[in-house]
Design a protein around this ligand. Sequence first.
Ligand code: ATP
Ligand code: MG
Length: 256
Amino acid sequence: MSTKIAITNAKGGVAKTTTALNIADALMYIGYKVLFIDLDPQANSTSVYEGTTLRSEGEKTLFDVMEGTSNIKDCIQHTEFGDIVAGDSRLAEKDAEYQVKIGGNKILKKSLKEVDKDYDFIIMDTPPNIGAFMQNAIYAADGCLCPVLPKKFAIDGLGQLLDTIDSIRDDGNEKLKIYGIVLTIYDKRNAQDRDIKEQLPELGENLGFHVFNTEIRTCQDVEKALAECKSLFRTKGNSNGAADYVGLVKELLEVI
Ligand SMILES: Nc1ncnc2c1ncn2[C@@H]1O[C@H](COP(=O)(O)OP(=O)(O)OP(=O)(O)O)[C@@H](O)[C@H]1O
Ligand SMILES: [Mg+2]
């Protein structure tokens, strides 16, 4: 049985993709078998995986999984970065359709049963909106990890995100956990960042979520590794970013 983790936050640009990729990479580096699923029609994660290896056009993607035209096993691509079910821009037009279709939010959950035994972890990157794809990820997940920027507006949106996760828990995913909130792109030289870091644990206690002790610091090596489609751990293993993601993964494994 795999542990399925959705990296979620309806806000854009909070480092969901960066966090999903680095957590998957760190887990693989430790030796776990990991499957990555890119549920964002922007397919940013997929473009990083694509940059690592040469693949032929026309391979099957999450589109085929969602449309039911292929078995999920046939949609997994084996790359240098690891195994991935690629995202697909064609899914952008399908969001509303899946939301009204009966069972449309649980398509991924059903499909993952076929590969559950093949992996230790399934890491899901999600889009920046509470649409069908984020919902498919949360229905399929054992738990959610929420990257959050150390900014006031980001913290203000947390209540809504937790409500969404709670409503899915009530609607047939009783075991769903919130593994925790992680501060990302944290700059200790910025007073607001420091204030939010200080306030977050108390907010967590009030709203009922765990806050990871590790925050992911602003780090050019993190940006650069992804822009160049390289593994942070293999190319910049002694960077702050690599140390932070290792710290986060250690904490995550304890929470799980
Ligand atoms: N630790 C970091 N230090 C510096 N830059 C970072 C760090 N983490 C992420 N970034 C940069 O922040 C930007 C947003 O990151 P990312 O694409 O992961 O966010 P996202 O939440 O997935 O965005 P979207 O909501 O559009 O999917 C990217 O340019 C990324 O390179
Ligand atoms: Mg993203």
